[in-house]
Design a protein around this ligand. Structure first.
Ligand SMILES: [Cu+2]
Length: 124
């Protein structure tokens, strides 16, 4: 269903812009913490920066990032904030467990395509 929806949107976009250039999905260009980093302290928030402004439709939670700790507990607060191409969510930093943290995101840029991704970093 998701695949069908995506294909339909792409076909629609092609009708508008012609066959010369297909609009690309947005991509993650940077983050804090960075992918694969080994850090000493958790920052107050996770920050993901994308190449394009993210889609906002009223208060709908289209763009979301979830960080889980080594015990698989969610440490993001769920208060996702979008400003242009930057998505942030405060982190619960007190009593943080050292080990591998997983960052999982799902966003949509203005082209309406859902982009998902995952990376890890380590808290020393
Ligand atoms: Cu796209």
């Amino acid at each position: 269903m998701k695949r069908f929806f995506h294909t339909t949107l792409t076909a629609g976009a092609l009708l508008i812009v012609g066959t010369a250039s297909a609009s690309a999905h947005t991509v993650l260009v940077s983050s804090n913490p960075t992918k694969g980093a080994a850090i000493s302290h958790l920052p107050a928030k996770i920050t993901l920066t994308f190449a394009d402004p993210l889609l906002k439709i009223g208060s709908h939670a289209i763009n979301k990032v979830v960080v889980t700790d080594p015990m698989n507990m969610v440490v993001t607060t769920g208060a996702d904030t979008v400003k242009g191409g930057v998505l942030t969510d405060p982190l619960t930093t007190s009593g943080a467990t050292p080990g591998l943290y997983t960052v999982d995101y799902r966003v949509s840029a203005l082209d309406g395509h859902i982009v998902t991704g995952k990376f890890t970093f380590t808290l020393k």
